[in-house]
Design a protein around this ligand. Sequence first.
Ligand code: SF4
Length: 213
Amino acid sequence: MTAVESLTDDLEPLTAEEVLADAVDRFHPRLLVATSFQKEASVIFDMVMKIEPSVGVFTLDTGVHFPETYETWKAMEDRYGVTIEGLRGPRPERLWETDPDRCCELRKVIPLRNRLAGAGAWVTGLRREQSSERRGTPKMDWDHKHGLWKVNPLADWSERDVWRYILANDIPYHPLHDRGYESIGCEPCTSPGAGREGRWAGTDKLECGLHGD
Ligand code: SF4
């Protein structure tokens, strides 16, 4: 068994809070939390703020999010008294209509890569049940694409687990979840739908290119 496999196995029985606390112990201040303002991000943000509020939190500000996404951004900052860093890349007009892969690369993939350079680990809200592509998500693994550790505390959480935590802790969440949007990205590329079926609906595109090798 490799060191990466051993670490991944060691973390599997831990709760989400324990995985996050372990990541803070190992990596802070070289730990970064990525937030998309979706329901999973609300959970992780709340947990991190309770463990170590000085951990850096960022979002990919593509400039074409729903107004409700920007409202949720402000609500999270107000609730916890912190600033969430917005990462921005080039934003060619309406590139999503002609070349969505290039659009994601410019607005998301490159700003993310630049921000993660030099960090020790990053935290995401990936869950195994979100899609077949995410079914094998470990709680922590080496991110070959970006050259650092990737921590997924909610990997084994169900949709119900997420909502139970949000309601029990009375934390802000994205209002579009109450209007039929289970997964929320940029406004031009997101429709209402279950799971990730509302993302790039009608095309064969499934991911932005932020995750995977
Ligand atoms: S999700 Fe759509 S608008 Fe957002 S970066 Fe990707 S292609 Fe562009």
